[in-house]
Design a binder for this molecule. Structure first.
Ligand code: AQP
Length: 334
């Protein structure tokens, strides 16, 4: 008998254009893992509105992500690609999990603290309970593995705690998910402030490399990236966050190890030749993704059809789990 494949689930917020950080931290792992896992990838539009969004942009970015997932290599015939708001079971489960979560658990979340500082005019309850909805996204499919960047580790821990709490209070129901975080690229940093994560909503356009940036934009952004004092190319995140970040990008784009990279630039004077090489390599890496994205994005009907088919499959699975959860919780059936 064929062994049942393990399940993975992950998602991204349609809150701007994806950056090279999203590829490095998550998307490229989705592409590899989809061949061996039962895979679900969603566009988490309900998470995106925890920060104020313009409706027209939210619609555009949602379809952008459906196209970008595929441009990066997600194959909708292998993986379920869907939009979170098309599967209402996520929020239905989130309510039950909300009633199992302590206030202290949410207030400890560093992303909540960061985002409340950045959006001090709109510290809404959704921003506070966001990790509970994320737990529901994962648990409703009984995902075994969640390929994410390092910034999501703390949220994953909450999902694990909630799964265990529900299982203990009622009876074994949820799989306790494991994070899958890459060793290199789990946290790509801003090109302008290398101690801060590269973010799609950073207002400084020079800080992030977007997957739709032209070759010249990419080269220029890397040329102007803030680097550290010193002149040799050596990986040290603590002492040289700027150069280490560029080395991670070079590794993502070329697969060269840090030792190879250090050897390649040993004895070179200044950072300029290294930055030129990183710029070329990253431009060459992003180019086919951008070109494929533009092709796919032009056919909106196909993108909507993929999201629709994905939502149908996802709902079918989500409802089965939610039904069980409702029953165990004590809700009577209609
Ligand atoms: N800089 C990054 N390095 C590595 N991984 C990253 N991820 C995001 N930025 C980096 C990973 O991408 C996935 C999707 O992230 P998200 O869209 O849910 O939101 P986020 O982590 O909040 O990303 P942003 O760019 O910082 O969004 P905004 O600016 O809207 O808040 C996750 O797996 C994340 O780890």
């Amino acid at each position: 008998m064929e062994q049942q494949r393990k399940t993975i689930l992950s998602g991204m917020q349609p809150s701007g254009e994806l950056s090279i950080g999203h590829i490095a931290g998550a998307l490229r792992n989705w592409v590899t893992l989809q061949h061996d896992f039962d895979s679900l990838f969603c566009v988490v539009d309900q998470h995106a509105i925890t920060v104020q969004q313009e409706p027209a942009k939210l619609r555009k970015w949602t379809l952008d992500l459906v196209a970008m997932y595929q441009a990066a290599g997600v194959d909708p015939s292998k993986s379920v690609v869907f939009v979170q708001s098309h599967v209402p079971e996520h929020v239905q489960l989130a309510w039950i999990l909300t009633c199992l979560t302590g206030m202290g658990e949410c207030s400890r979340m560093t992303q909540f603290k960061d985002k409340s500082e950045r959006h001090s005019d709109n510290i809404n309850v959704g921003l506070f309970t966001y990790p509970i909805l994320m737990a529901a996204d994962i648990l409703i499919y009984n995902a075994d593995l969640v390929p994410v960047g390092e910034d999501q580790k703390q949220h994953l821990e909450l999902a694990r705690n909630l799964a265990e709490r529900f299982n203990h209070r009622y009876s074994p129901t949820f799989t306790v998910p494991e994070p899958y975080i890459p060793k290199v690229g789990g946290r790509i940093m801003s090109l302008q402030e290398p101690t801060k994560k590269m973010s799609k909503s950073d207002p400084n356009m020079k800080a992030s490399i977007f997957l739709t940036d032209s070759d010249d934009d990419i080269r220029n952004k890397i040329r102007r990236a803030v680097t550290d004092s010193g002149s040799d190319i050596r990986y040290d995140e603590q002492v040289r966050p700027g150069i280490s970040n560029l080395m991670s990008l070079y590794h993502i784009a070329t697969d060269k190890t840090f030792a190879d990279i250090e050897a390649e630039f040993a004895g070179s004077t200044g950072y300029a030749p290294f930055k030129e090489a990183v710029g070329e390599a990253v431009a060459a890496y992003v180019r086919p993704i951008r070109e494929r994205f533009l092709e796919l994005r032009a056919d909106e009907d196909s993108l909507r059809a993929i999201a629709k088919a994905g939502a149908e499959q996802a709902r079918h699975r989500a409802w089965k789990v939610l039904r069980k959860v409702y029953k165990k919780t004590g809700f009577i059936e209609l």
